[in-house]
Design a protein around this ligand. Structure first.
Ligand code: SF4
Length: 264
């Protein structure tokens, strides 16, 4: 259960709320972190792309915190292997991963303006595609939620080297929690082997990080984990817009979810 000391901290300043969450999560193991999140927030959502991190988190939710919702962004451009893994994961862990799709009107509008695969032609066109197929569906997945759980890890890329356990997500106006922030790739693999967690078969074919099929390639030996994502772009900080690399400002008191503060 959340400690009395933490409860006192979160009722006072906003920065203490986030810092207190960060400390509480840092002091726990993965199962305890998820149980703490489930006890603290009334509507916590784990968004999963079916990657290794998200598979570990899905397993941990099924074991320790079944009240946490799971949601995935069905962009319409996923690998068949990824789509199949949604059903496999649901069946294996007794979960119901919610699927959020882009709006048909947005797809048509995009195709008219850029062409179906216009994302190869410019960063602007790529961001526009990620916006309609990922960012907008994410907002639907997070509607009504008071905490967003992700599989971000510090060692995934330089861009994610300073990921905290808890932060304020300005874009979506809620607390963002990264319970795997301090996990290494080796720790991930050990958990997957120990608990026989199902994973995407593409990982064994050189795809450590898997997104949409037309925007993901296998990596070469020695390349960073995310080098196969939007490989034709030069920007070293390329992301899909779901995760803002720079630290977000802390919230004002009025921005904090009321139920989160009172429940703790
Ligand atoms: S990853 Fe590629 S296909 Fe998927 S939403 Fe972004 S630009 Fe579109």
């Amino acid at each position: 259960m959340p400690s009395a000391q933490f409860a006192e901290q979160v009722r006072i300043p906003d920065d203490a709320f986030i810092a207190g969450l960060d400390r509480e999560l840092a002091a726990r193991d993965l199962g305890e972190r998820l149980a703490f999140i489930a006890e603290t927030f009334g509507n916590a959502v784990l968004t999963t792309s079916l990657g290794l991190e998200d598979q570990v988190l899905s397993w941990a939710v099924s074991e320790h915190a079944r009240s946490i919702r799971l949601a995935t962004l069905q962009t319409g451009r996923l690998f068949p292997e990824t789509v199949a893994l949604i059903a496999t994961t649901n069946a294996r862990f007794g979960l119901e991963i919610e699927e959020y799709l882009p709006e048909a009107a947005d797809i048509e509008s995009y195709k008219s303006q850029y062409g179906l695969n216009g994302f190869y032609d410019s960063v602007e066109a790529r961001h526009a595609c990620c916006n309609i197929r990922k960012v907008k569906p994410l907002k639907k997945a997070l509607a009504g939620a008071d905490a967003w759980i992700t599989g971000l890890r510090r060692s995934q890329s330089d861009n994610r080297a300073h990921v905290p356990f808890a932060e304020w997500d300005e874009a979506n106006g809620l607390v963002k929690l990264n319970p795997l922030a301090d996990w290494t790739a080796d720790a991930m693999q050990a958990a997957i082997a120990e608990h026989d967690i199902p994973v995407n078969p593409l990982h064994a074919r050189g795809y450590p990080s898997i997104g949409c099929e037309p925007c993901t390639r296998a990596i070469r030996p020695g390349e960073p984990e995310r080098a196969g994502r939007w490989w034709w772009e030069n920007d070293e900080k390329r992301e899909c817009g779901l995760h803002v690399p720079e630290a977000s400002p802390l919230p004002n008191a009025s921005q904090l979810p009321e139920n989160a503060a009172t429940k703790i």
